[in-house]
Design a protein around this ligand. Structure first.
Ligand SMILES: Nc1ncnc2c1ncn2[C@@H]1O[C@H](COP(=O)(O)OP(=O)(O)OP(=O)(O)O)[C@@H](O)[C@H]1O
Ligand SMILES: [Mg+2]
Ligand SMILES: [Zn+2]
Length: 520
């Protein structure tokens, strides 16, 4: 019996696990048998592998070939196993020297013509391979740049099965007419024109475009500095959307670790920008209010569990414009990510995990009629209350900064031009404040004030002793809950870091209370 072994990676969410691929040739009815819980896509691999081997000018072993993938209990999906299967088959049939491929990690889909196609999720897959001690990983040329982001592992990008075989046989690479295009093309979904257009547009956005709205601007600065969730409420046309879209311009670049985390999620979703596989700017996701729960928090079938906007916004911003208009129940899905910083999706035996730690930004009109001036509103008070009640409960409770914006006056629109600070100026203050926070939190796992757990706000990171006295009244009369108290203290810390003070005083606590209540 001839045997050969290669390795591949099974992905669940952004967690990868090494899969051993073993091919054995035995006497028996000719045919290719895949064992080890392959899903339908994997069965399709059978046809692709056969055609690709044949079209690469190799001999298909007309024998009984068994390919097993284990651990068998691990759910395996997608087409990324093609390459490891085909090389194992060729090794077992001794078309290749059996140890030429021994135990190598290979990730790629085969075209019928033998071309190696890029797959989504290569970044987390290679991260998992590196974690398991693999030194070399073979991927499609079109995935090589993305795979090379992983430190400590050698990445070999190959355009075709023919080229890979030449390599494994120590022969010079074959001449391939279409090699260039194969290397340049990412998976179809990677060339997401829409995403790159909006990115380009965002590059031009600046906080200075917003006239007036000093309070709204200040709130963005506080949110950017401390990672606090925001709700903007106000009449149509007052600049809610405009302000929200400019929050990313105030945030610093992602550090290397965060950039890899974010890119891994976008790799699985197939939304990595082509030709620029590392996402270094905080992402901005703005799902439309008609979005489904799956689009918002992730979902899909067991075969293809996909991250939602909440995960695509990881380490960035999730903007829910016209938030009361989201269908009932959809926003409830945000409860888990807001609490745990990740989304867990279970589907018939498979459980996928996607990180989802984002800053939430809500925008809302005060009522469904959306009258441009408060005096034109024809809604009954009960209608207005019910409209905003759609947001309460899980969401509004967690919003540290609530702001009621007023319409901009004509004078402001005309004269505020020079007064408005640019994003660059504000981003510098944000960075300084964030550095102060980081220095204080240096020996903790938290990076921003919004992440500090309540118990630490009472021990290590307590405000000045007398500062909290101003909260006694609101606590006593029920305006402030225990959770609200923690939120007020977190914002007070951010205000302190923005001014460079040592510790929050009654001043910062008072201001933070105002922002939490939304009375400002
Ligand atoms: N403060 C402002 N400074 C400059 N332009 C503004 C301002 N507010 C509104 N505008 C102008 O009005 C347009 C609409 O603003 P925006 O979409 O942000 O309002 P909105 O509050 O989101 O309204 P809606 O409730 O209808 O969504 C902007 O594109 C901009 O041209
Ligand atoms: Mg708007
Ligand atoms: Zn109204």
């Amino acid at each position: 019996m001839a045997l050969a072994r290669t390795r591949a990676v099974a992905l669940l969410g952004v967690d990868g696990q090494i899969v051993d691929v073993e091919a054995a040739i035995t006497n028996g009815v000719p045919g290719l048998h895949l064992v080890g819980l392959p899903d339908t896509a994997l069965s399709e691999a059978r046809d692709r592998v056969r055609a690709a081997i044949f079209n690469s000018g190799e001999v298909w072993p007309n024998r009984h070939v068994t390919v097993s993938l284990f651990p068998a209990s691990l759910p395996k999906r997608g087409s990324g196993f093609d390459l490891a299967i085909s090389i194992a088959v060729l090794g077992a049939s001794e078309v290749l020297p059996p140890d030429a491929c021994a135990g190598q990690v290979m990730i790629g889909e085969l075209g019928l013509d033998g071309r190696i196609r890029p797959v989504s999720g290569v970044l987390p897959a290679v991260l998992a391979a590196a974690d398991s001690g693999a030194e070399t990983v073979i991927v499609a040329s079109g995935n090589a740049a993305e795979a090379s982001l992983v430190p400590g592992v050698r990445v070999i990008g190959v355009p075709s099965l023919r080229a890979l075989l030449a390599r494994l046989r120590d022969l010079p690479p074959p001449q391939e007419a279409d090699e260039g295009t194969a290397a340049a093309a990412g998976p179809a979904s990677h060339s997401d024109g829409l995403a790159s257009r909006s990115r380009a547009r965002r590059g031009e956005l600046d906080l200075a475009d917003v006239r007036g709205q000093a309070e709204g601007r200040k709130i963005l600065e506080i949110s950017a500095a401390g990672g606090h969730h925001v709700c903007f409420m106000g009449p149509p046309g007052c600049g809610k959307t405009m302000l929200a879209e400019r929050l990313p311009t105030l945030l610093p670049d992602l550090d290397r670790g965060a950039a890899l985390e974010v890119s891994a999620i976008h790799s699985v979703a197939g939304t990595l920008p082509a030709g620029q596989p590392l996402i270094t700017r905080p992402p901005f996701q703005a799902p439309h209010h008609t979005a489904s729960r799956a689009a918002l928090v992730g979902g899909g079938s067991a075969r293809m569990i996909q991250p939602g906007a909440a995960s695509l916004a990881h380490r960035g911003i999730l903007f829910l414009d016209e938030s009361p208009e989201f269908a009932g129940g959809v926003l409830d899905g945000l409860r888990q990510p807001l609490e745990e910083g990740e989304v867990v999706i279970a589907r018939s035996g498979a459980t996928a995990r996607f990180p989802a730690r984002f800053t939430m930004l809500l925008a809302a009109n005060p009522c469904p009629c959306a009258a441009p001036k408060t005096r034109d509103c024809s809604c009954a008070p009960s209608v207005r209350r019910r409209y905003l009640a759609r947001l309460s409960g899980p969401l509004l409770d967690r919003v540290d900064l609530k702001s009621r914006l007023k319409e901009v006056t004509r004078a402001e629109l005309r004269y505020d031009l020079e007064l408005a600070e640019s994003s660059k100026v504000v981003a510098e203050r944000v960075l300084t404040a964030r550095e102060r926070t980081r220095a204080r939190l240096a020996d903790t796992p938290w990076r921003t004030n919004a992440e500090i757990p309540g118990r630490e706000l009472r021990r290590r990171f307590a405000p000045q002793p007398r500062a909290l006295a101003t909260l006694d009244r609101p606590l006593a009369d029920g305006r402030l809950s225990a959770r609200g108290l923690d939120r007020v203290v977190r914002v007070a810390w951010t205000l302190t870091d923005l001014t460079g003070k040592e510790r929050p005083t009654a001043d910062e606590i008072n201001q933070a209370l105002g922002l939490w209540e939304g009375r400002a």
